[in-house]
Design a protein around this ligand. Structure first.
Ligand code: AMP
Length: 575
């Protein structure tokens, strides 16, 4: 239902589908979640479960083990966190955690811990992130007071087990999140040691973006008859796909609002829809865009039918140029004049991308689909390409120079259209009064300048930083660790890659996974972006993308590795 049929009728279908999806059978309530969780999800503005959540939550709530193939951006955190919270006894006073989540990096430990805290707010859940580089004292204090969920990196969790500051006897669920990354970082043994300390009858959940044989082997040894979930159809038929230009920009989360503004400035769409994940995000983005001078309107499931009616009316009449919407609110919407679909983040399922871009390029008209992706979400772009069989071109964000050129182009086009269509005679008196004193070309240039400035001109803009380039998809690989490298000739790194010197080595008990964990955790780089590592007795060399080298050096200056703060710099004589 909700296909492209005449305007108003379609709108009524949209509204009929929307009486609070969170509470409806199609929403989270249909997955059997308790009231305290449903109320948190409503206040976070989640409108409906993502596909991985719809598939994973019921078997997990029922107590099954599960192997899920899902990348960042699919909503996998809620897929395991909500069942953990569902199964939690409210007001438990045990000191040891009821659930343990193992993650590869500090960044992820914080993110997952915040997510568990937000979803479990109305249950009063006690959650603690534990990772290296953070003062252990605070962690000890919280552990003594008692926690329900621990989210940690394997190294630090093992540390606590060895110090006997973390008791795992009460653990009912263990989650291995981003298992392939953890193995890539050399945490396999640590994970085995941690699992051995948990009760044999526990529930075990494994999420991984890829499923190499090593992951399968862990699943076979440690999971009992797991439910297996792999998302995604093989392909869609070409007639389901509009012919539109498909572009993606890789942008760090913090720069997304600026990037959206830059893209809109350069693309100058006549009518566009910006898709967001949650109601909250819709409201924030709408506010940001209006602050930049756009006429943007929000459309989400939390609005009354009347409000939504008025928004659609304004879009059709042309007094609104941008619609900012959730998937649920935009379902079935058919707006003739849309030229651009912009995904403020990668949609949680490749199929949702296909639905979204189907809103433009209708009836052979030109259209453009633009997606903002965080560095970690690039896998999702590949999954979308596999589904559609079409390429999404990853491009560099327009620079300030590009923007200025584009604005001049818009000024030129406005002048051209005025020369072709306007009656300019009434302005001749101004021209005549100036030609005695000034050159006609100079007068024209002054007029161009005034027009350009009136249209926004060269407002102050800053460059938006580009994150490190996407890692080559090399899959699992062994890390090169060459002992005794000091004084030995070393081959130069590949181009685009540079070698960093770390003033710490084997004598300090350093292992490759300590370096990978510290670099990934502190700089946000993915483990796959880190190249060969050489550890000698006193120092180590690590290959990293050239573009990320300075950022890593800065990040490492603020952190410790195995309790020390070693010198970190570019390797001398390195390219
Ligand atoms: P994840 O894949 O777990 O890293 O989640 C990606 C993002 O999607 C996070 O910012 C979540 O807050 C958000 N998210 C997860 N589930 C939903 C949902 N059902 N509706 C809207 N946003 C969601």
């Amino acid at each position: 239902m909700g296909g492209p049929i005449g305007g108003r009728d379609v709108f009524h279908i949209v509204v009929a589908m929307e009486d609070d999806p969170v509470e409806s059978e199609a929403g989270f309530a249909g997955l059997g979640l308790r009231a305290e969780l449903l109320s948190s999800l409503t206040s976070l503005g989640y409108e409906e479960p993502t596909p991985i959540q719809r598939e994973a939550i019921p078997p997990l709530v029922a107590g099954n083990d599960l192997v899920g193939q899902a990348a960042t951006g699919t909503g996998k955190t809620a897929a395991f966190a909500l069942p953990v919270l569902q199964r939690l006894t409210v007001g438990r006073t045990d000191a040891g955690p009821a659930a343990l989540v193992l993650v590869p990096t500090r960044e992820l430990a914080e993110q997952v811990s915040q997510a568990v805290h937000r979803y479990g707010r109305d249950l009063g859940v006690r959650v603690l992130p534990v990772y290296g580089g953070q003062p252990i004292g605070r962690q000890l204090q919280s552990l003594r007071r008692g926690v329900d969920v621990v989210v940690g990196t394997p190294g630090r969790v093992l540390d606590h087990i060895e110090r006997e500051t973390l008791q795992l006897g009460e653990v009912g669920t263990v989650v291995l999140d981003e298992a392939d990354e953890m193995l890539d970082m050399g945490f396999a043994e640590d994970i085995e040691a941690i699992l051995a300390k948990t009760p044999a009858e526990r529930q075990t959940v494994l999420f991984s973006a890829t499923m190499p044989p090593r992951i399968d082997s862990i699943a076979r040894r440690h999971l009992r008859d797991p439910v297996r979930i792999t998302m995604g159809r093989k392909s869609v038929s070409p007639d389901e796909l509009p012919l539109v230009r498909q572009i993606a920009y890789i942008v760090a989360r913090a720069h997304r609002p600026a990037a959206l503004g830059r893209i809109l400035d350069v693309e100058a769409p006549s009518a566009a829809i910006v898709f967001c994940r949650t109601r909250e995000e819709v409201d924030q983005v709408t506010e940001t865009l209006n602050g930049r001078g756009y006429r943007a309107e929000a459309l989400h499931g939390g609005m009354s039918q009347d409000q939504r009616d008025r928004v659609m009316g304004r879009l059709r009449a042309g007094s609104t140029e941008l619609l900012v919407a959730t998937d649920v609110a935009a379902r079935g919407l058919d707006v003739e004049q849309l030229t651009h679909v912009i995904n403020y983040n990668v949609p949680a399922a490749p199929e949702a991308y296909v639905h979204r871009i189907g809103r433009v390029g209708r009836a052979g008209r030109e259209g453009c689909a633009i997606t903002l992706a965080e560095p970690r979400e690039q896998r999702m772009l590949k999954a979308i390409e596999r589904l559609t069989g079409q390429r999404i071109s990853v491009e560099k964000l327009p620079t300030v120079t590009d923007l200025r050129a584009r604005r001049l182009e818009l000024t030129r086009a406005a002048l051209e259209s005025s020369l072709e269509t306007d009656d300019l005679e009434r302005y001749r008196v101004v021209l005549d009064s100036l030609t005695g004193e000034f050159d006609v070309e100079d007068i024209a240039l002054a007029a161009v300048r005034l027009l350009h400035e009136a249209a926004g001109g060269d407002a102050d803009e800053e460059e938006i930083p580009t994150p490190a380039p996407p890692p080559p998809d090399r899959g699992p690989r062994s890390r090169e660790v060459r002992p005794g490298g000091a004084g030995r000739s070393r081959s130069a790194p590949e181009s685009g890659v540079t070698r960093l010197f770390f003033g710490i080595g084997r004598q300090a008990g350093l292992r490759p996974q300590d370096l990978v964990g510290a670099i990934a955790g502190e700089s946000g780089l993915s483990a796959r972006e880190i190249g060969a590592i050489q550890i000698t007795d006193r120092f180590s060399l690590v290959e990293v993308p050239e573009s990320a080298a300075d950022m890593i050096i800065m990040a490492m200056r603020r952190s410790t590795i195995r309790g020390r703060r070693p010198t970190v710099r570019r390797e001398r004589f390195a390219r």
